[in-house]
Design a protein around this ligand. Structure first.
Ligand SMILES: NC(=O)c1ccc[n+]([C@@H]2O[C@H](COP(=O)([O-])OP(=O)(O)OC[C@H]3O[C@@H](n4cnc5c(N)ncnc54)[C@H](O)[C@@H]3O)[C@@H](O)[C@H]2O)c1
Ligand SMILES: [Zn+2]
Length: 354
């Protein structure tokens, strides 16, 4: 079992990464035996996983709230449902919420925990790869509103994150690949060890070999937790976690957030950002090939030919990272370190996209 710490001071928390089991002792120590527990999940999480979680909890005061699966549930309506449940159960600050599911469940449960009674404890037990390597760590919580995705939320750290690779065996292939997109991101923004591990073990990763999964999740979280602990509220370095995301978000928006997963979109975004890094002279053609081969080795799509500059332009320009009218992009250099820059030739963006 690996344990990684994130956060600072009072909002410090541990992330435990396990194979097939959950760390029962730690979970129960955290839950205590007198508190109330509310598990928030969604109906796409296999019942067997929920059973397994319940069987690991000694405290029998367990309540479960099941949302419909899918991004539509990350809504004001579901937020109110969770709050109503907490009021109905007369939750106080000693009681604990558990987010058990993917990033959708994690984000809305975290936001509910952040705001109910101005903050109660919550535990993240992420069950998708994307949630395990990304959304469960870093304390960003949110819901979607009609004005846009993730526009209402809070920075609010969980008190514990428990990861078991076992949950990943039931994930749909496209959801698994979506998470792999974020794993590749950490390899390309500075985690050289992870990059080597992927290069050597791509076949085993595709097969979801649990011992290799544990290693790539651990390396991904090491990179994420280091960055988010340095920059909890996204004033600086945290921006490099958005490598591939400006183009990826444009692709998602162009598709009305349908028919393409977040990971698949940002994977294409990373290819485009790497091409731009090449045209800007930060990497050479071998390094560009290296990026594309790394992504292909995991059987992720790198073909962005359906997304021309003319199709994506308007989304790129409204990207929220535009500051003072300047578009900030995350590029990579020849040592595979990421950096933020607003200094690039616009013509190279259209070149990268064509
Ligand atoms: N807070 C952050 O820092 C952060 C970072 C990245 C993404 N996000 C958010 O995360 C969300 C996306 O997360 P996601 O990709 O996990 O999607 P998701 O939560 O919608 O889960 C995808 C699907 O997988 C199902 N599922 C969950 N666990 C499963 C399992 N073990 N086996 C089989 N099916 C399972 C779910 O029911 C759902 O249908 C978005 O809302 C995004 O905004 C947040
Ligand atoms: Zn992402």
């Amino acid at each position: 079992m690996a344990v990684i710490s994130a956060g600072k001071g009072k909002s410090k928390y541990d992330i435990h990464i396990n194979g097939s089991s959950l760390p029962k002792k730690i979970l129960n120590k955290h839950l205590g035996n007198k508190n109330k527990i509310l598990i928030v999940t969604d109906n796409g999480v296999p019942k067997g996983h929920i059973k397994k979680l319940k069987s690991n909890i000694n405290n029998k005061n367990i309540n479960i709230l099941t949302l419909s699966n899918g991004e539509n549930s990350k809504s004001f309506n579901s937020y109110q449902k969770i709050l109503n449940k907490l009021f109905e159960l007369k939750f106080d600050r000693s009681d604990i919420l558990i987010a058990f599911g993917g990033g959708m469940v994690g984000d809305i449960s975290g936001f509910s925990a952040a705001t109910y009674l101005r903050g109660i404890k919550y535990i993240q037990i992420p069950t998708t790869l994307l949630a395990q390597v990304d959304s469960s760590v870093g304390g960003k919580t949110a819901i979607n509103v009609t004005q846009g995705k993730n526009l209402v939320g809070a920075f609010y750290n969980p008190s514990l994150v428990l990861i078991s690779t076992h949950f990943l065996q039931t994930l749909a292939d496209h959801e698994y690949k979506s998470g792999l997109g974020e794993v590749v991101k950490y390899a390309l923004i500075g985690n050289k060890k992870l990059k080597k591990i992927i290069e050597k073990n791509s076949k085993e990763i595709i097969k979801r070999n649990e011992s290799i999964l544990k290693v790539i999740i651990e390396e991904s979280i090491k990179t994420k937790s280091k960055i988010v602990t340095k920059d909890e509220k996204e004033n600086g370095i945290r921006a490099i976690l958005n490598f591939g995301h400006t183009f990826g978000h444009a692709i998602e928006a162009h598709n009305n957030y349908k028919n393409i997963t977040h990971g698949a979109a940002i994977t294409l975004g990373m290819v485009i950002a790497s091409k731009l890094s090449f045209f800007e002279g930060h990497i050479n053609n071998y390094q560009l090939d290296n990026v594309v081969n790394l992504i292909n080795s995991l059987e992720l799509n790198t073909d962005h030919s359906g997304y021309s500059y003319s199709k994506l332009k308007k989304y790129i320009e409204t990207d929220k990272k535009i500051k003072n009218g300047k578009l900030n992009l995350i590029l990579i250099d020849k040592k595979f370190n990421a950096f933020v820059t607003s200094n690039f030739n616009n013509k190279n963006i259209s070149k990268a996209l064509n």
